[in-house]
Structures are given as C-alpha cells and as structure tokens.
Design a protein around this ligand. Structure first.
Ligand code: ARG
Length: 587
C-alpha cells in the first residue's frame, strides 16, 4: 500500500486548460479555467465564454484556439468538443480513469492528501453550561464541531478541541448557598434514579434558588456573600463549586459517549480557566487605549458594528460592579489561543445569534494586534432546531427537550424500521444496529441541512430508508458490503484496458472527486457539502448497479466492477466516519 496523494482528474484537467489558456493567449495567463463536471462529457470548461471579451474575440474563436492548444499538450485530455456558444466539452481516457481508481484503492487514505498540514486549528464547540441541561442548540454545535474536527484533522491540521464550558459566574454563588442551606437536596449522580441526570436536578435546584433570591432579601445577601467567597477562593466554596462542575460533566459525558464525539475531559477548558488571565487582558487593552471608561464601566466601542441606538456597539470589558463577563472571557480565549496555543486557525461553533459578539471579539483582537493577517478567526454559525410546528424545538409544556430523551426516541424508531426491513435479526444485533442507525440519523440530519439554516427536527424522516438520510447511506454501504462478501472479499486487480460503460464512468468520476468534497468542507466549514457528495455517490452506485452486472459478469470486467464496489464502500464508510457516523457491515 502506498500513501501517495492522488490528484483528482478535475484538478488535472483544470491545469491543462490553464496551460492552454496561457499558451493560446499569454495575456490571459492565470485566468480561472472554470472546469466542472458535466452531463454532456466528463468535464466542461466555460473559460472561452468568460474570457472572450478580455481577449477581444468571439467565444467560439477562443474556444477553437483553446482546443488547438490542448491538442498540442500531453495532459489528461483526449478529446475536446466545442458546443453551444463556446463550451469546451472535455473527455479523459478510460485508462486514466481506471488508473486513478487503482491508485485510490491502493492507498489507505483513498489517495487524499494532507493540504491542511502546518495549520494549527482550535475548534471551540459543544460548550454546555454547568448545572444546566444541555439543549438541542448544544446538540448542533457538538455534532458540527466534531465533524469539522475530524475532517480538518484528516486533512492534516493539528486540531485542538476546546470545550468552553459555562462554568463560572455569579449564578453559582446563589446555587451553592442554596445547596448549603438544603443538605437534603439530592443531585449527585449516584443518588438519582435512572433517567434523571445531575444537571436536570441542579437545573431545578437553581430555579428554586432563583425564586428564593427574588423573594427573600436575606437569602439574596447571603448569596452575594457566597459569590465573594467563590471569587476570592474560599476553600469550602470552591470545593462545592468543583463538585457541581464534576457532577455536571458526568452528565455531559453520558451524552458525548452516546453520540460518540471526540471530546475528552482534557478538552474541557471552561470559562473559569481564564480567570487568572482576565486582569492582564484588561490591562493590556486599557493601556493600548482600546478599552475605555464609559459610565463607570470599561468597554470597547466597535468601529464596525452599531447598536440598536445607532451608536457604536460596546463589548463589556469590566462591568460597573467590577465583575467580568462573557465578553471579557472571550477576549481572553482569543489571546490565549493565539499566544499560548499558537493557533493559526480559530473556529467558534455557536448559534448564529452570537454573530455580532464574535465579530466584535475578532475586531478587538485585531486592534490589539493579537489577530494578524496570517491567522484566520471565524465564527461558524448555525441555525435553530425547530419543532414540528416550525417554532424553536421545545417539549409540549414549553421546556427544553432533554437530549437523552431525544436520542432514545430516535434509536427506538430506528429499531422499528430496521426490524421491519430484516425481521430475522437476532435481538442483540438489532439493538446494536438500531443504536448506530438512530444516533447516525440524528447526526446526519443535523449535518446534512445547510448549516446556517433552521431545520425541523423530524425523527420519522431522519430514520427513513429513503431520501438523503443517514440510514439510507448506511444501508447503501451494507448492500455493497454484502456484494463484496458474496464475491469472497478478495483483493482485485483492475484491467485498465477495459472500456467504461456510462454508469461506471459516472460512478468512477464521482469516486475520484472525494478529496475535493473534503477540501470543500475545510474551506467553507459546511459539512452538508460532504453529505451531499455522499448522497450523490450512493445514487451513482445505485445507477451503476442497475445498469451493470457485477457478480455475474465475465472476467476481467467482473474484477473491475468489484473494484468500483470496493472503492465505493470504502469511500462511503470513510465519509460517514469523518461525519462522526458509523457504518455497520449489515442492517
Ligand atoms: N456556553 C455558551 C452557550 O451555551 C457557548 C460558548 C461558546 N464559546 C465561546 N468561546 N463563547 O451559549
């Protein structure tokens, strides 16, 4: 097995057309060759149409000139036909297509290179709040962030995951005081009955504390003193706080384990971690004249963003009471990630309502000179999860939907559809497959809808065997595995002299484009592009399998087709894998 990168044919063809452009019209050298896949040929270039004006000629004439230039070149193109007003319809030789497939099959990385090598990428994702139930919004950041971590890591980036837990703030003073005064309250993991988590118990206790805080001025006073004790590091108070954090993290961990995400306890670097850095950050920003006094608070006025009153929007660096909040902590995260973690790519995966917050954080970091042109900082926003009524997803009584319940529900429904399809599955296998299908369905539904858009959480659609669903792709993968098992799971050799049938060709060119689908995700940070690619691939496979016999074909055609099956199965499995979704052998 070799580990060489296999350049996609699309890129090779684009290079050829670029050379032809530079050769035929030196003044146009460097122009975009505008090559894409086409239904009329293997590839199509629109360069002649786009560049004719600049070349002071007609598109058809430029197209002819480019065709002639390509003919003189020993690149990957065998045939060019000018169509319509000047499209170049490009065909590559069958042998070259087989050669690409053989090289990808021989590579443990499917011929995908490592273009992100040298990038140190911090991905801030998941970030639930301590003593609070994780909600569906946290589901999105967790799933999207995790798949970005996998894709970018596979492409060679050095990925540092950061789980920015909401583990600090004055609300903990109130909660700790309440717990101290109610030793009978149960909220530890071990004391709770199955199905209730420490965070849901704490969430309720917090509500009770809040109610007492509002109703009972003496309790409010004691809570405020507790905040002071927490901030000044009083050992008993800190011990209590640590206990609350640890119990909450256990509950989060249950969800992470079930979802199969990469986050580990070492990735938990919550708001409290930045405490000891805040005063330095504030001093630096003040001395640089970026943070200024305003109405007894310290703020940074944006030069880009205006608030609702039309005046420059402020970041709150230090509140009037001297306290630091969410803004200050995020100023510290960006400084820390650049200076200490030495990252050159910073991604913050949070819902789209935080867009202005991050725009202002990035602006301040640039003004402070931390964020320079060689560093990319991006907010990776996503839309809201909606209920069947088209409103933000809530329980019937209007509460937050518990993630565990939601996953249980998806797994139960997946079990029903899998059992219907294969009633003879032994119970244990059924359970395992249902878990993979149900969890995969939830993740895929989230990843496959355009990231920035809202989507409706519809479990029945998610676990359907039809349409662009995780279950459909998992099933497509199992069908190919079953063909390969029947063939004896042999290593096959490709005969590169065989002519490709149209359905084989379409599948082969799609397989060859896998690395582009991955780099597309890296550039746009949109995992749904990879989902779309995998869905197209599965459909190309279906078309191929309907049009071509595989097991019943004569050699050497049979081996070539088995090779197509193998590469499709591996690409589907790998693609699902970097989405964080498992691909069972059977369903
Ligand atoms: N804990 C926050 C929330 O639940 C998300 C934190 C996102 N990360 C950050 N660096 N601000 O909304």
């Amino acid at each position: 097995m070799t580990n060489h990168e296999v350049l996609p044919l699309l890129g090779q063809v684009a290079d050829s057309v670029s050379q032809a452009i530079a050769h035929a019209r030196p003044e146009l050298a460097g122009a975009d060759p505008l090559v894409r896949r086409s239904e009329h040929a293997d590839f199509q270039s629109n360069a002649a149409l786009a560049l004719a004006k600049r070349a002071r000629t007609k598109p058809a004439e430029l197209a002819d000139a480019l065709t002639a230039a390509v003919a003189g070149d020993r690149g990957p193109i065998t045939h060019v036909e000018v169509s319509g007003p000047g499209f170049l319809n490009i065909t590559v030789p069958d042998q070259l297509i087989w050669n690409q497939l053989a090289a990808r099959l021989a590579s443990p990385r499917l011929g995908v290179g490592a273009p992100n090598e040298g990038q140190r990428t911090v991905i801030d994702y998941s970030a639930p709040n301590i003593a609070k139930e994780m909600h569906v919004g946290h589901l999105r950041t967790t799933i999207i962030g995790d798949s970005l971590a996998r894709v970018l890591g596979f492409l060679g980036a050095d990925v540092i995951r950061q789980n920015h837990l909401g583990d600090w703030g004055t609300q903990f003073g109130m909660l700790i005081q309440y717990l101290n005064e109610h030793p009978e309250a149960t909220w530890h993991h071990d004391e709770l009955e199955q199905g209730t988590s420490a965070v849901s118990a704490l969430d309720e206790l917090y509500r009770a504390a809040r109610a007492q805080f509002d109703a009972d001025p003496d309790f409010a006073d004691r809570s405020r003193q507790r905040v002071v004790a927490l901030q000044s590091g009083d050992p008993d108070t800190i011990a209590r706080w640590k206990e609350i954090v640890a119990e909450s993290e256990k509950a989060f961990r249950d969800i992470y384990d079930r979802l199969g995400v990469l986050l580990t306890p070492e990735d938990s670097v919550g708001e409290s971690f930045y405490n000891h850095l805040l005063s330095d950050v504030v001093t630096e920003l003040t001395e640089a004249g970026i943070a200024v006094e305003s109405e007894d608070a310290l703020v940074i006025f944006s030069e880009e963003v205006n608030g609702p009153d039309g005046n420059p929007a402020p970041l709150m660096v230090r509140k009037r009471d001297g306290g630091y909040g969410y803004d200050t902590t995020d100023l510290a995260t960006i400084r820390y990630r650049i200076h200490d973690l030495k990252a050159n790519r910073l991604l913050y995966v949070t819902d789209s309502r935080q867009a202005l917050h991050f725009q202002m954080i990035f602006e301040a970091a640039s003004r402070a000179g931390w964020l320079t042109d060689s560093i990319e900082a991006a907010h990776v926003p996503y839309g809201t999860v909606l209920g069947p009524d088209g409103r933000p997803f809530k329980t019937r009584s209007g509460g937050t939907v518990r993630l565990m319940d939601l996953l249980d529900d998806a797994v139960a429904r997946a079990r029903a559809v899998v059992r219907e399809k294969d009633p003879d599955l032994p119970a244990e296998e059924l359970n395992e497959i249902a878990e993979q299908a149900g969890i995969g369905a939830v993740k895929y539904a989230d990843l496959s809808s355009s990231r920035i858009k809202d989507y409706v959480f519809d479990v029945d659609r998610m676990v359907s065997f039809n349409g662009n669903t995780g279950v459909y792709l998992q099933y497509a993968h199992t069908r190919i595995r079953s063909i390969l098992r029947k063939a004896g799971d042999l290593e096959v050799a490709i005969d590169q002299t065989i002519a490709l049938q149209p359905a084989e060709r379409a599948l082969a060119l799609e397989l060859d484009a896998y690395s582009s689908a991955l780099t597309d995700v890296s550039e746009t940070l949109e995992p749904h592009k990879l989902c779309g690619y995998l869905y197209d691939l599965a459909r190309d496979f279906t078309n191929f399998y309907e049009a071509c016999h595989v097991l019943g074909a004569e050699e050497p055609i049979r081996s070539n087709r088995l090779a197509l099956c193998q590469l499709t199965a591996r690409t589907l499995q790998h693609g699902l894998g970097v989405l964080g979704i498992s691909a069972p052998e059977r369903m």
